[in-house]
Write a protein that binds this ligand. Structure first.
Ligand code: OKP
Ligand code: ZN
Length: 346
C-alpha cells in the first residue's frame, strides 16, 4: 500500500483566467485536477489520503526568501486594498536589459510588487492562493517525513505545483517549490545526498535555481526544448550547475513529438547520472503533461508508458517521494499518475 498525502484546503486556489501564448483562457491548473487524481487512486485500490502535518512557515524559508513568503501571504489582500477585484496578475516586468530591480517597499504599487516577484502572466493569485500553496508545501514536507520514518515510497499530491518557483519568485502555476522543500527536509533528516528527478514536460527552472550551486542535491530534468516551450529561457543541455554544484544539474531537453522510444534513453541517462552522484533518497517531480493528449504540451507518451517510467525509476532502489507537478488533460491525469506509482512499487 503506497501512502499518499493531500488536503482539501489545496483546492482553495482557483484562478479563473490566464494569459497563455497570447490568448486569455480558463486556467489549466484547476482544483479538479486533484479530484480526478483522487478518484483514479481510489479506483486503483489506494487507501484514503493522509492529511498533511502542519510544519509552520519556518521550513519554507529553507528554499524561499522571507520577503517573498511575506509578499505571497498578503498579496491578495493588498490587491483588494488597492481597489481591485478578480485575480491578481502582473502586467509589467523589469526587463533584463537594464531596468533596475530595486527591493520592493510597502509604498510600491501592487503592480510593481507582482511584477517583481512573478515571471509570467499565467499565474493568478486569488483569495485562496496562500492557503492552497501553503498546504501543498506541507503535503510535500509530510511526504519527506514519511520517508525519514522509513516508508520506502510515498506520494505527495501537491497542487498547486512547485517546480517553477524559485527562492524569490513564482510563476508557471507554482508558488512554493514543493519538491525542493521535500529534498531539503530529507537533507536535514540525515541524507547527505538527495536527487530530484523532474519528469514534467516543462523544465523546472525554480528547482534548478535553488540548487544551482549545491552539490548535495542533484537536479535532473527531461523536458521539452526551451527553444519551443515554456519556460523558454532555461533548461538547455549546457546548464550543469556552478561552484559546489558544478555537474550536479543535468538537463536533457527533447523535441516536441517525443514518444517513449525517444524518452526511455534519456531516462536511462538520467538514472545513470543519479547513481554516479550517490544520492540516498529520491524526490520525483512528476508531471504527466508528457501524455500525448495534454492540451498545452507536445510529447507523445501513452498511458502504459507511465508504468514503464515508474519501473525505470524503481531501479535506483532508493526511498522515493513522488511529488505532483503538472498534467492538464484533467480527466486523464489520474490513470497516468497511478501507473507511475504502480510501476515504482517493488
Ligand atoms: C506548469 B508545469 C505556454 C505558456 C504555458 C505555463 C505553463 C506552466 C506549466 N504554453 N503557461 O510545469 O506543468
Ligand atoms: Zn509542466
Amino acid at each position: 500500500m503506497i501512502p499518499w498525502i493531500f488536503s482539501p484546503l489545496q483546492r482553495s486556489h482557483a484562478g479563473g483566467e490566464e494569459l497563455n501564448r497570447g490568448s486569455i483562457v480558463p486556467c489549466h491548473e484547476c482544483p479538479e485536477r486533484a479530484d480526478f487524481i483522487t478518484a483514479a487512486l481510489r479506483d486503483q485500490g489506494f487507501a484514503e489520503p493522509l492529511a498533511p502535518r502542519d510544519h509552520g512557515e519556518q521550513p519554507l524559508l529553507a528554499c524561499h526568501d522571507a520577503d517573498f513568503v511575506a509578499f505571497l501571504k498578503t498579496a491578495y489582500a493588498d490587491w483588494r486594498a488597492s481597489g481591485r477585484e478578480g485575480s491578481a496578475l502582473p502586467f509589467t516586468f523589469p526587463a533584463s536589459g537594464g531596468m533596475a530591480r530595486r527591493p520592493m517597499t510597502p509604498q510600491n504599487s501592487i503592480f510593481a510588487r507582482l511584477g517583481h516577484y512573478c515571471f509570467d502572466v499565467g499565474t493568478p493569485i486569488v483569495g485562496g492562493t496562500w492557503e492552497a500553496a501553503y498546504w501543498s508545501a506541507q503535503t510535500a514536507l509530510t511526504g519527506a517525513d514519511l520517508l525519514a520514518e522509513g516508508v520506502p515510497l510515498a506520494f505527495a499530491l501537491c497542487r498547486p505545483p512547485g517546480h517553477h518557483a524559485g527562492r524569490g519568485y513564482y510563476g508557471g502555476y507554482c508558488f512554493f517549490n514543493n519538491a525542493a522543500l521535500a529534498a531539503e527536509s530529507l537533507r536535514q533528516a540525515g541524507h547527505a545526498k538527495v536527487a530530484i528527478l523532474d519528469v514534467d514536460y516543462h523544465h523546472g527552472n525554480g528547482t534548478q535555481d535553488i540548487f544551482w550551486q549545491r552539490g548535495d542535491v542533484f537536479y535532473g530534468s527531461i523536458h521539452a526544448e526551451p527553444l519551443t516551450d515554456f519556460p523558454y529561457f532555461c533548461g538547455y543541455a549546457d546548464e550543469t550547475g556552478a561552484g559546489d554544484g558544478a555537474g550536479a544539474t543535468l538537463n536533457l531537453p527533447l523535441p516536441r513529438g517525443t514518444d517513449w522510444q525517444g524518452y526511455q534513453p534519456a531516462l536511462e541517462q538520467m538514472l545513470a547520472a543519479t547513481k554516479a552522484h550517490g544520492a540516498t533518497a529520491l524526490v520525483v517531480s512528476l508531471g504527466v503533461d508528457t501524455w500525448y493528449g495534454d492540451p498545452i504540451s507536445g510529447f507523445a507518451l501513452q498511458t502504459e508508458d507511465f508504468a514503464a517510467m515508474g519501473q525505470h525509476l524503481a531501479l535506483l532502489g532508493l526511498p522515493t517521494l513522488v511529488v505532483m507537478e503538472g498534467g492538464y488533460a484533467v480527466a486523464d491525469v489520474g490513470k497516468n499518475v497511478a501507473n507511475v506509482l504502480r510501476g515504482l512499487e517493488p
